[in-house]
Design a protein around this ligand. Structure first.
Ligand SMILES: Cc1cc2nc3c(=O)[nH]c(=O)nc-3n(C[C@H](O)[C@H](O)[C@H](O)COP(=O)(O)O)c2cc1C
Length: 233
């Protein structure tokens, strides 16, 4: 059994809140895992060429190509993305758009699998976590837990954070701000967030170990998706 972790942050692993939380979730599953960072990877969004319709294999030749087997073979996913403009960042969204390749014909490559969604934002990570859950739903993947934390907005280290009128530090702390290291948000300093990541890992690990009926999960996710559409069409 194997879990695939994906950190959608372009930041270096040791400075990314997303990477830290995804790794913490994975470590707490008690199951073998692989953790991939999208940093420096070039992955475009879906170009709607329909090249994947016959064989469920995307024909776009970029850094997603070598990851396809790991995505198909994984029994579950821990996917994390940073909050950019109150949604997930473009790199993470692009990768999840390309999950379109798994949705044709029998389309059962990912159906009924389990996942944990992780989001980190300068204020909150709930927007990307919710978006990840929604995109997983399209592949009938059940998000068993969501984890959201506050990370360090670049404005704390860009050199203008104390005077910038549009940056997150002035929004949070107000005018006349003096930035000190202790006020820079870090998920590792948020015990409730770290505890939520540990709990999410344990929940995912337990669900996988006890075994789950993928067809049952698929049906439940189909119903959830239809309920989401109700009233919108
Ligand atoms: C282009 C850009 C847009 C951002 N927009 C938001 C935003 O709308 N809301 C928010 O809370 N944080 C926003 N942030 C801050 C990031 O979410 C924050 O730095 C977070 O720690 C990123 O996660 P990471 O540390 O794993 O990269 C933005 C950052 C960038 C670079």
């Amino acid at each position: 059994m194997k879990i695939l972790g994906i950190s959608g942050s372009p930041r270096k692993d040791d400075t990314s809140g997303v990477f830290t939380l995804v790794k913490t979730v994975l470590e707490n599953t008690g199951i073998d895992y692989e953790l991939i960072s999208l940093r420096k990877k070039t992955i475009s969004g879906c170009i709607a060429c329909l090249g994947c319709v016959k064989d469920n294999v995307c024909k776009v030749d970029d850094d997603l190509k070598p990851l396809r087997d790991a995505i198909v073979e994984a029994d579950a996913y821990v996917f994390g993305a940073p909050n950019y403009y109150s949604t997930m960042n473009a790199g993470s969204h692009a990768l999840l758009e390309r999950f379109f390749q798994f949705r044709h014909q029998a389309g059962d490559l990912l159906w009924g699998k389990l996942a944990v969604a992780v989001g980190v934002g300068g204020t909150s990570g709930s927007f990307p976590a919710d978006e990840i859950e929604k995109m997983f739903l399209y592949n009938f993947i059940e998000t068993v837990e969501k984890v959201s934390g506050q990370g360090a907005a670049s404005c704390y280290s860009c050199g203008h954070g104390e005077t910038c009128m549009v940056g997150i530090p002035s929004m949070i702390h107000g005018e006349g701000l003096k930035i000190t290291p202790d006020m820079i948000p870090d998920v590792k300093k948020q015990p409730d967030v770290m505890a939520a990541a540990e709990k999410a890992g344990k929940t995912l690990g337990a669900r996988l170990k006890e075994g789950h009926d993928r067809m049952q999960v698929t049906q439940a996710m189909q119903e959830k998706m239809m309920a989401m559409f109700e009233g919108s069409v």
